[in-house]
Design a protein around this ligand. Structure first.
Ligand code: DON
Length: 586
């Protein structure tokens, strides 16, 4: 248990509430209590703009959540037409490649986690791979310093995996014919769709990047972003999707699409060849399964770091019989200390399981969690350099979930890394390419674009997959049936976001929308700083944390979508109020 000195005294609770009342009268609500009748203190944070009523839907039978409404609607239509959750998820994946070009993709990669109603599970890994010509030092300048070529331009791209992954998942567990799940995306690309304000704004924000490459005339007709309210057609993308519908993954990895990618690479000095594309394979892996209290957590194995880090963190948190309530100093201290240790192992130990043996069993074991817990003082922060990790020996994405009426559940995260990926657009085939090479450690020990300082296990090598933080996760209730599907975007911020949403639901008994909207913490080992969302933490909690030795600063968090089982049957779906997204139930 946390020591009594860390529990916030009742007087302070009342004072904080009084301040809340005095400064923001309209924000006053009764302070709710969790299952143990403890105050859920996060409700009392006067400065937090709660938007937990945003983007929520209920459904008696089925639910889809995604970042873009037309693609979510495709998922619902596929379910109504007799498809299962895997068919719907594959169809949403292709539709997002058309309607959400900032992150949906054919030119990227991702992970899909499936739990079928009959108990079968699968984890599909369609992460990009370094091309055969990649070298360990390809992103270092003459002084050995990392350059921005891992994020912008032709060399930033790994060999795309999305089409192979969606095809593999559909072949294993889908029910409808393949053309039926690609078809809705073809129609959206060929016939067009109405541009909304979200897409117009995303394009405007990335005009400089996109207009360095071949996508400029497509997305900026007359030099301005495709305008909201206008119809946006993508005939080249429609033709690519038609090849995929007709030939399966070969419609992308061989023939005209592959040749168009390789030609674009040659034009811009990139490395991906038709041989790299023909050699790409998606992998079906066994999901990681862990226990947290009476729940089973199914999550993504390497080459995602998300599942290992999530389970490692949950295992350590479980060593406290009950976690301190959100909003308290003790809560932030527990989360900070656990994230610090779990991200330390993530950054130093994890990489492509096919290139490096990984200590997954040890990192996710309860025994290791007990050893880590013994290194956490209750009353002060531990500088990262002093953490005695027994294993230590050296130093834009989109998530969508589907559940169907039978109880099949699919959580998918897919990405081209930064918004619009590397900026490189394959004009003949109609899509952007990823800048996933930046997820490698271009120089072990130096931060990447997300500020993650990673080690040798994630150094660049030909044919290797880069480490990811994407964390599609399905929580099974005590009855063994899916209770929560969750995942997020945000690079290294994804894992801590998913962790806190799981805890908010499972440990703190919050309703889904509140669990997603609640302010979050983040720590990723380096920099050795506990980050909070501005306005989400009471000033006295921050002051107390600093007295304990934590360096604190305001920062961002991941943006999630999630589905939760309703107690009386059916589902709630919700998208993060921090970012665009929808839930659609049926
Ligand atoms: O795989 C990863 O961890 C990153 N490429 C994810 C990037 C991301 O989430 C960007 N999102 N907004």
């Amino acid at each position: 248990m946390p020591s009594p000195s860390l529990a916030r005294p009742a007087l302070a609770v009342l004072l904080t509430l009084a301040t809340a009342c005095a400064t923001v009268p309209s924000a006053v609500r009764p302070v709710p209590r969790d299952a143990d009748n403890r105050e859920l203190r996060e409700f009392a944070t006067a400065t937090w703009a709660w938007r937990d009523g945003a983007r929520v839907a209920g459904g008696d039978s089925a639910m889809v959540t995604a970042n873009e409404p037309l693609a979510a609607r495709v998922g619902l239509d596929v379910l109504r037409a007799g498809g299962n959750a895997v068919d719907a998820a594959v169809a949403v994946g292709f539709a997002l490649a058309v309607t959400y070009p900032e992150a949906g993709n054919l030119g990227g990669g991702g992970f899909m986690l499936v739990r079928m109603a009959d108990g079968r599970t699968a984890a599909f890994d369609f992460r990009e791979m370094a091309p055969a010509a990649a070298t360990r030092e390809m992103f270092l300048d003459a002084n050995g310093e990392p350059t921005d070529a891992s994020r912008v331009g032709h060399r930033a791209s790994g060999v795309p995996g999305s089409v192979a992954g969606l095809h593999l998942a559909h072949g294993r567990l889908g029910r409808l014919p393949w053309p039926a799940v690609v078809g809705p995306a073809i129609a959206l690309a060929r016939d067009g769709f109405e541009v909304d304000s979200t897409m117009e704004a995303a394009l405007a924000g990335s005009q400089r990047l996109i207009c360095r490459f071949a996508g400029c005339p497509v997305f900026f007709p007359e030099g301005r972003p495709a305008a909201r309210g206008t119809r946006f057609r993508q005939p080249a993308l429609a033709a690519t999707l038609e090849r995929i519908a007709a030939q399966g993954a070969d419609g992308f990895y061989r023939g005209p699409t592959a040749e168009a990618i390789a030609a674009e690479m040659r034009r811009g000095g990139g490395l991906i060849t038709t041989a790299d594309l023909a050699a790409y394979r998606a992998a079906e892996r066994r999901p990681l399964a862990g226990r947290y209290r009476d729940r089973t957590i199914l999550t993504m194995p390497p080459v995602s770091s998300g599942g290992v880090t999530l389970l490692e963190a949950l295992n350590v948190l479980e060593t406290w019989p009950r976690l301190a309530p959100p909003g308290t100093t003790a809560h932030a201290h527990q989360l900070g200390a656990v994230l610090q240790r779990a991200y330390l192992d993530r950054n130093l130990r994890l990489g492509d399981p096919e290139a490096t043996p990984l200590p997954v069993d040890e990192l996710t074991s309860k025994a290791y969690a007990r050893r880590l817990r013994a290194t956490i003082p209750e009353d002060r922060a531990t500088p990262i350099a002093d953490i005695p990790s027994v294993l230590r020996d050296g130093p834009e994405t989109t998530h969508f979930n589907v559940v169907d009426a039978e109880g099949n559940a699919v959580a998918t995260t897919t990405t081209i890394n930064d918004l619009f990926g590397s900026g490189v657009y394959v004009a003949e085939a109609g899509f952007f390419l990823n800048d996933e090479m930046d997820d490698f450690a271009a120089r072990p020990g130096r931060p990447n674009g997300f500020g993650l300082v990673q080690g040798e296990a994630n150094a660049i090598a030909p044919g290797k997959r880069m480490l990811s933080s994407m964390t599609p996760t399905i929580v099974l209730g005590a009855d063994g049936r899916p209770e929560l599907l969750v995942g997020a975007r945000g690079g290294g911020l994804i894992i801590s976001a998913v962790l806190q949403i799981v805890l908010n639901v499972v440990e703190h008994g919050m309703p889904l929308t509140r669990a997603i909207a609640a302010p979050r913490w983040h720590h990723q080992a380096w920099p050795d700083t506990l980050r909070y969302e501005a306005g989400g933490v009471a000033p006295d909690v921050l002051a107390e944390l600093q007295r304990m030795g934590w360096a604190v600063r305001a920062g961002g968090t991941g943006r999630a979508t999630a589905i939760q089982r309703r107690p009386g049957g059916g589902w709630w779906g919700a998208a993060d109020p921090r970012r665009d997204g929808v839930a659609m139930g049926w």
